[in-house]
Design a protein around this ligand. Sequence first.
Ligand code: B3K
Ligand code: ZN
Length: 883
Amino acid sequence: PKEIFLKNYKAPAFLFDEVHLTFILGEQTTTVLSTIKVLPSSNAAKAPLTLDGEDLKLLHIKIDDRQLEIGEFEIVNRKLVLTSPPSTPFVLEISTEIQPQNNTSLEGLYKSTGMFCTQCEAEGFRKITYYQDRPDVMAKFTTRIEANKELYPVLLSNGNLIDQGGLEDGRHYAVWEDPFKKPSYLFALVAGQLVSRDDTFTTMSGREVVLRIYTPAGDISKTAHAMTSLQAAMKWDEDVYGLEYDLDLFNIVAVPDFNMGAMENKSLNIFNSKLVLASPETATDSDYASIEGVIGHEYFHNWTGNRVTCRDWFQLSLKEGLTVFRDQEFSSDMGSRAVKRIADVIRLRISQFPQDAGPMSHPVRPHSYIKMDNFYTVTVYEKGAEVVRMYQTLLGKQGFRKGMDLYFSRHDGQAVTCEDFLSAMFDANNVKIPTFPLWYSQAGTPTLTVTSSYDAENHTFTLKCRQIVPPTAGQPDKKPMLIPLAVGLLNSSGQDLPLSLVYDGESSIDLKVDGNPVKTAVLRIEKAEHEFTFKDVTEKPVPSLLRNFSAPVRLNTDVTDDDLLFLLAHDSDEFNRWEAGQTLGRKILLDLISRVQRGEELTLNEAYVEGLRSVLTDQSLDKDFITKAITLPGESELIDLMKVADPVAIHTARRFVVRQLAQSLRKELKQAVEANRSSEAYDPSHPHRARRSLKNMALVYLASLDEPETTELAVQEYKAATNMTDQFAALAAIAQNSGSARTQALSDFYDQWKHETLVVNKWLALQAASDIPGNVRNVRDLLDHPAFDICNPNKVYSLIGGFFASVVNFHAKDGSGYELLGDVVIQLDKLNPQVASRMVSAFSRWRRFDEERQALAKEQLERITKLEGLSDNVFEIASKSLA
Ligand code: B3K
Ligand code: ZN
């Protein structure tokens, strides 16, 4: 397989001006006729025109209506090369034949339960027709679709419907025209038996936009929440960024077979059904929140991605990091800001930090790739969003908005780079931060160590900051980065002190806003070692560091356990209140893990229990925040913090703490269950969601005790539940322990929901992720269950993805978990390389474990890399993991 490098980027020698596509959809074959107005650029003289194409049968190729002869073009290595195309504008006509019904890769044009649909990003358009399939080739598309009218009554593509009508033999057609130039990856087509929920949105300039969400008839009642979310997102983008929708129609189609979450095709978003369909009975609070977030995300792409797109795929974070940041802010404004920030940081820590420390580490803007699909990663998305957030932290909300305005006024209609975004941000604010671009080019999570000292005589408080950016694959030496460190200082009664810095001749940090002293200072650490001294500090403060997680770093400090408890009780920065509890929790768990390994007796720190008790009973706190604060750091996060990860010790220690807390806080937890039950109709808004989260977390704690009384409580909650959030949480609580209650509840649940595929997926995931001993066997059995289907990505993510969540079982000492994954990857690679590649990524942490486990995981990776006909997708991940 060929590796592609950013440094080799060359602008295209041929521009495509207008593209006319005609699809003749059929059951056996589909033909695609493409007519392209080609504009050779001045540097095109004598250059060949190379088109991408995969799995296509070429029917004919013409230039200006003249059929080309063998010798005027050649097809090699998935490219069609026109050896000497005209040097003046010409019309290229290509006709190809494809078989969407046999396309199990779910990229290009494929069929999902009877309907035709497309997924083109990143490089799927080349499975539809020969094309310059790269984002810097932008053209105006017109699409004509012809199909059987009964089987495919609804025919959709991008833009506006400009013509439609009947044809002979029970067929009909529709013609769509997209007035905006776009790259091929934003092309979309849907044809099928669909019904729609219709609504409208009136834009800030008073235009009425028709909104339609399409699903198969049986699902349409579950689209109300998606519609509300779309309207809220449209309004939010106007309010916060002044961005208005630019067409009169916006369509969303939900399809059951989809590789990822959703796709932002111009005016025709295609979604994985699980991110559209919701009803109180079948979807959980967390599903409702994901739907709101992803509907927002795809809609926001209309400006950040579609109107301004990427020059090449290395720039992916230009649109994804920015759009994730935008969807995070949207969700924060719809729900609770602190809780959303906490959830996002947890995700970063459990997924992105390990990626950054492993064999697949890459910068937010990668330098090279074999298969672009492998770079739709937590690094490009979530770390990319942190990079965007740092601009806002450094420039302030208003400064960030100025930067966004300049970005759009400079680049609307263009395909640009991360530098262009950076320049717009900094130019709009008249600042220069030469170290900032390193966030795009250096991989690895910086470690920031902060130690403090108080000078009682001079009333100064000094923070000494040291940063190390670790070596990563292919990047042994790193330069110091710009780290914005948000800091507050608490006095002994827990209040924020006004801050003033001793001017050190370099820092240009203004600690006054409108003449008022600030309580959170954003220090700019730009060197490997950097000191900051605060003056007029009249008593020894407790520092609150990295407030709101102001930079994606690992923080080490000399803050004591007592200080952490103090911060947990008092910090005005809610994120850091939570973080203080987590830091303490991590310390306690790591200590218990080594005690388990040494065979010592386990006891739980009393002060920690009391700290959590006060949070749990604090009536003034947001209930969702309380839930997050009493949740221990996860097992997967702990793997990352050990020299040699020990799955059994990690699980034993964490389970011990959960049960100890349940014992000690039994009364308060029961109280939380009782006080937060609700008989009202389901409401997905934050206060209601928060109540349920606290009640359900308390229930999980109590049921962990595996006592008849607590199990009975969970069973009662299960039976009394009137929505999926409560029902599923109670099921999860019961299923923690083996026994008849578990068996009974799992089988009742399946009987009740076997016709709701999205609910059945939850049932699969819950069992797959179970920590009960020897669960690998059950997961293998579930592979053969009628509810499982390896061709449906959601099923694979639920069962196999769910299985990784159990640290003890996936990393079973006998290697049975690894073998199961090896078997699945091998089977899946032939069907759907993208999904197979996501699954094989679970092996990438293999070097973090003991030698025996390493050998067993390596054996599976080698077995996979040796396969004949292995996809480039899986090859890239597996071979990099072994390197
Ligand atoms: N842009 C798409 C992701 C496409 C993934 C291709 N393998 C969804 C999104 O980020 O909005
Ligand atoms: Zn996106």
